[in-house]
Structures are given as C-alpha cells and as structure tokens.
Design a binder for this molecule. Structure first.
Ligand code: ZN
Length: 209
C-alpha cells in the first residue's frame, strides 16, 4: 500500500470563489483558538455525501482534537445565513464523498485536501478532495472492512479535516512528527483504530504566529 502524501501543498491562491464564500458568511476573521472556545465548522458539499460517513467524520475529528479545549459547532452552508461567528472555518468537499462497497481502483495521486493561504497567511478555508480520500481509504480496506466502509470513510475524513484544522488554527503550513498532523498518512493510517493530535501540535495551535 502506497503512502499517500496527505494534504497541504499550502497553495498560494487568491481564490475568488472562496473569498466570496467567506465574505458572504460575514467572517473574514480567522479562527483564533482560545481555551474552551467554540469553533464553528461550516461544511459545504459540492457532490453527494453519506450522512453516516459525515456523522462519523464529526465524531472522529472531535476524538482527534480531544484535549484541545475546543468545542465544535457543525453547520452547513444553508444554516449560517445572516449569522456571524467569532471563530469560524469553512471546509468544502469536492467530488463524491461516498464509499461504496466495491473493490476497484482509483488514481490515488494528489493531495487529499488543502488549506488556502494568501501571501503566507493561512486562511480559514479548506477543500477536501473526496474522491481521493475515498480512494485512499479503499486502498487500505479488505474483507470485513467493506461491511462498514461508510464509517471507515467517515473516520478518514475526520482525520483529513483535523489535519487541515491544525494548519488553520496554528496559521502555519508546518507539519508534526507524529499523529494527525504528519505530512503523509497512508490509507491504512487513515482508517486505523486510533489517531491523535500530538502534544506538540496541541501547543502549536495555541502559540500561533
Ligand atoms: Zn498538511
């Protein structure tokens, strides 16, 4: 099983679409982690997704970020109209966020997700390539895994989003040496039973530049 480069070519992109999306949400303020602070995560789906996988993704992200002092307020784009939030990030899901129990191969190359940055400033906006996360998770699955493929996809998505969240909260493109913020995670690591935020990464999100 080939190790996938997880995310984060920190793209230096000025993306009209994403900037407009953030403006329309009346934000512009990046998430600034404060202890016991609620972070609103707005999910924007551009393709089909499985509710079971997305529920599992939320559970997994909360498990990974446990101990960070953050609580998570999950919203969809349609749920944030005419509201403003102190701490908010946007995660857009492109492609098909559904893992069907059929073993076939996808092209696994390319980043699973990335976070936008502009002039070195990390923006509170990430994009997840669902097709690639599905391919990575599927590549590591065998036998009985397919019976709960949707939950394993949710777990993988939770880790991918947690990884991007570390970039957004630490306002940095740097990676950790262990845990969810490592630069590369294999498909197997994405669906393996346990993954955490390392103490070093936890500290980084509170000592952002
Ligand atoms: Zn990264």
């Amino acid at each position: 099983m080939e190790a996938l480069l997880l995310p984060c070519p920190m793209r230096h992109v000025i993306c009209a679409v994403s900037m407009a999306a953030m403006a329309s949400l009346a934000i512009g303020v990046a998430a600034s982690p404060v202890h016991s602070t609620a972070l609103t995560i707005v999910l924007e789906f551009q393709g089909p997704h499985s509710d079971r996988s997305i529920d599992e993704m939320k559970h997994e992200l909360e498990a990974v970020m446990k101990g960070s002092g953050l609580t998570f307020d999950w919203r969809t784009r349609s749920q944030v109209k005419n509201e403003s939030f102190a701490n908010l990030v946007v995660v857009r899901f492109k492609g098909k966020c559904v893992l069907e129990p059929v073993a076939y191969l996808y092209d696994e190359r390319g980043p699973l997700a990335f976070t936008y940055s502009n002039d070195g400033e990390v923006l509170p906006f990430s994009e997840v390539a669902c097709d690639r996360v599905v391919a990575a998770a599927r590549s590591a699955m065998s036998g009985g895994d397919f019976a709960h493929a949707d939950l394993l996809l949710g777990r993988a998505l939770g880790r991918v989003v947690a990884h991007e969240l570390v970039h957004m909260l630490s306002k940095s493109g740097e990676h950790g040496k262990e845990g969810v913020a490592q630069p590369a995670l294999s498909g197997l690591r994405l669906i393996a039973p346990e993954m955490h935020l390392s103490p070093a990464d936890m500290e980084r999100i509170y000592t952002q530049p």
